[in-house]
Design a protein around this ligand. Structure first.
Ligand code: FPP
Ligand code: MG
Length: 268
């Protein structure tokens, strides 16, 4: 009994300290858009002698934890790579679990009083959603529609996503729009970077330019995620932590690094 009470008091003290830290950090320059490549779920599970599906479930807990931290820091937009196009090559059992997880957690997040409502977050699912099972597409339509008018923050969950597919789709849309425009103004033929940028899934979802991209698990690759968006000013960080164990204490140095660079640019 006493042990449980002490653990409860300890958890409350840690929570208060973390919230105070986030309030202090939020007083400095804050990135507008942060993206996460959530890698290492299966290695985390194996290292804890758990089934790999447990690693993915704990990966969702980490996503929720980081979303809460980002919202408290008043980061306007968070993008997360939840299922790459390449992940369709995994075993049917693993894909089935990931689809069930996406279905259940998207539903859960959208409920009254949950995180999307609490922080006024509009949720967008970016990717070739037509490739997903109908039950997942249905919940995506539901969550997107009930959060459409939330305007404080944006959460982009990338599912059945690849950057090359996003860029190809954007180029095709830009060409189509340009052909329409050409009918009214035949001299206006050229497609610019701005035209393509405007048609990216992230731009159509209202996302600001990408400031920070974090990849966990010690792997140094971008894995076809937000390649166009990772431009000149994007700061890329590789963390050794497996995604399910990635937490505030891994994220704070990344935010401090962003603030240090922002301040030094202001001074120069
Ligand atoms: C990469 O680790 C992770 C994934 C393929 C799935 C990520 C999904 C979540 C964190 C939960 C998704 C949440 C929603 C709302 C859909 P890995 O499987 O490549 O692990 P490994 O690198 O150790 O093999
Ligand atoms: Mg991996």
């Amino acid at each position: 009994m006493l042990g449980r009470a002490l653990r409860w008091i300890r958890a409350k003290v840690v929570q208060k300290a973390e919230r105070l830290l986030l309030r202090i950090l939020a007083a400095g320059p804050i990135p507008k858009h942060v993206a996460f490549v959530m890698d290492g779920n299966r290695r985390y599970a194996r290292s804890h002698q758990q089934p790999i599906n447990q690693g993915h479930s704990e990966g969702f807990v980490a996503l929720r934890r980081m979303l809460e931290a980002c919202m408290r820091l008043e980061i306007r937009c968070v993008s997360a790579y939840a299922f790459a196009m390449d992940n369709f090559k995994r075993s049917p059992e693993e894909i089935e679990h990931l689809m069930d997880l996406a279905h259940d957690k998207l539903m859960e997040m959208s409920r009254h009083g949950q995180i999307l409502e609490e922080y006024g977050v509009r949720l967008n699912v970016l990717g070739k959603t037509a490739l997903l099972p109908e039950r997942v597409q249905e919940v995506i339509r539901h969550v997107e529609s009930i959060t459409r008018n939330n305007n404080k923050a944006i959460l982009n969950i990338c599912i059945a996503y690849s950057s090359q597919d996003e860029i190809t789709t954007a180029v095709n849309s830009a060409v189509r729009l340009s052909l329409d425009k050409e009918k009214s103004n035949p001299d206006n033929r050229e497609i610019t970077e701005h035209d393509i940028d405007a048609q990216l899934f992230t731009s159509l979802a209202g996302s600001p330019p990408l400031d920070i991209l974090v990849r966990t698990s010690g792997v140094k690759r971008l894995s076809d995620f937000l390649l166009w968006q990772s431009s000149e000013n994007t700061q890329i960080h590789f963390s050794k932590a497996y995604w399910p164990e990635f937490g505030l204490w891994d994220f704070v140095p990344i935010i401090l690094d962003y603030q240090r660079k922002a301040w030094s640019q202001r001074v120069l």
